[in-house]
Design a protein around this ligand. Structure first.
Ligand SMILES: [Zn+2]
Length: 457
């Protein structure tokens, strides 16, 4: 589970987030002890007294900490008429023209310290709809308050959730815990004083004891570069065991998950869900992500698996365990019949693929518009492999620089899997997952269960 902690109003004034402040010591301790990460929402010219451009050392102090993200939080934070608008700087600003002017001043302060914040929170939570139009152009995400946002739709990624650091009753927002606080100020009760620090520390200990917790800044969550695609069609009982493990892994390797499900399958009119893979390739080509993994939902990811995105440079798959027995030879026969001269060097299993953008672009050029018509007009005989033959054909034809990955990354359950493997593929008999014949039942390896074909039936 991801946990974010944001802190508002930091600026270069003693007591408001400077080296040596009591509050800052607490943040450092929370990082040292638990690895907590923080998003610091910082006004660029707080109360017309603390311009960032005059406090470069202060900005550097925070930017040097890998566990901290600096984000924007207005320019002055204050209003011309504080009686009327309090500290809601961008609520008082009520025209696009004025908002543009102020945001340019804000960005130029940030620019002067060589840093461009990607996140924003409205000072005093509120924003005028005219100001919102302008602010929305400049940031990748905005941190909002459910009530105070008044149902405005932002182009930027929207984060909701503001459980106080001293709350003991916290809720989930999009599956995450989102703590919010202020660095100081007598008018706030969720500030970083000793009492709140001690309560917060207890909350973190409780969460770490009971959940698999990962600390993230809002920027970390916004800037995810990898994506894991799943095809999950129909009611597959075993996904209740495999998908939670895929979710854990996605958090560990910093990847989003995108599922192609019943809706996509019905719309596609494909004879089998596995042809959705070619839709996934197209989806990825047009996405913001840099690398994708496709993984069958009957693959169990073991907890100790390293980050596969770091192992694959351009494109990677694992050879089918029966390739050397007969499948590679069959594939070559199929190639010879329809694409003479095309050489089959590997016969990959379709259950796992890693790719960067360039490789998928090259592959997509080879995929015909009507993939089913194409598949039917090139019957693959003994292979009877649906998308798997086609994937291999496109990979062989494309000339992309691929890696044949170690079979740890897609170990067929009938091919003597061990606890040294990473991804276990239950292709033989889908009812075997989480049964007494599953040597990885409950994700604990049991060496006494030998997963042979006969024991799996
Ligand atoms: Zn504020």
């Amino acid at each position: 589970m991801e946990v974010t902690i944001s802190i508002d109003d930091l600026h270069p004034e003693k007591g408001w987030g400077c080296d040596g402040d009591e509050s800052v010591k607490y943040l450092q301790k929370l990082y040292d002890e638990f690895g907590c990460k923080f998003t610091l929402f910082t006004p660029s010219y707080y109360h017309k007294e603390y311009p960032l451009s005059k406090h470069k050392d202060w900005v550097k102090y925070w930017l040097d900490k890998e566990w901290v993200e600096l984000a924007a939080h207005g320019h002055y934070h204050m209003c011309e008429d504080s009686n009327k608008h309090g500290e809601c700087e961008f609520f008082e600003i009520d025209t696009e023209h004025k908002a543009e002017e102020r945001i340019q001043q804000c960005l130029s302060e940030w620019d002067s310290v060589g840093y461009k914040p990607i996140g924003w929170r409205n000072p005093g939570w509120l924003i005028h709809p005219e100001s919102k139009k302008v602010v929305d152009k400049y940031f990748d995400y905005v941190a909002l308050h459910n009530d105070h946002n008044h149902n405005m739709e932002w182009e930027s990624r929207m984060f909701f959730g503001h459980d106080s650091i001293h709350d003991t009753d916290i809720s989930l927002h999009d599956g995450r815990i989102m703590f919010q606080s202020h660095i100081a100020g007598d008018w706030n009760d969720n500030v970083w004083n000793e009492e709140n620090y001690l309560q917060f520390r207890n909350s973190i200990i409780y969460l770490l004891d009971n959940y698999d917790i990962r600390f993230k800044t809002l920027g970390d969550i916004t800037n995810v570069k990898n994506v894991i695609y799943l095809i999950n069609v129909g009611e597959l009982g075993y996904t209740e065991h495999t998908i939670p493990l895929i979710r854990n892994y996605s958090e560990k390797v910093d990847a989003d998950i995108i599922e192609f499900g019943d809706k996509e399958f019905i719309e596609s009119k494909y004879p089998s869900p596995n042809f959705l893979l070619f839709d996934i390739w197209k989806h990825f080509e047009n996405s913001k992500y840099e690398k994708m993994m496709y993984i069958d939902v009957d693959i169990r990811i073991l907890d100790h698996s390293p980050n596969i995105f770091e192992h694959v440079k351009n494109f990677g798959m694992v050879e089918d365990w029966k390739a050397p027995l007969w499948r590679k030879e069959e594939l070559q026969k199929w190639f010879d019949k329809y694409w003479p001269g095309l050489e089959c060097n590997h016969y990959f299993n379709g259950g796992l693929q890693i790719s960067n953008k360039e490789s998928i672009k090259t592959l997509n050029k080879l995929v015909p518009d009507d993939i089913i018509d194409y598949w039917r007009s090139h019957p693959d005989g003994k292979l009877r492999s649906q998308n798997q033959g086609l994937i291999n054909q496109f990979v062989a034809m494309s000339g992309i620089d691929y890696q044949a990955l170690d079979d740890k990354w897609n170990k067929c359950c009938r091919n003597k899997p061990s606890s040294d493997d990473y991804f276990i593929h239950y292709v033989a008999n889908k009812s075997q997952i989480q049964t007494d014949y599953d040597c990885f039942k409950d994700n604990v390896y049991n060496p006494n269960i030998e997963m042979r074909l006969d024991t799996l039936r």
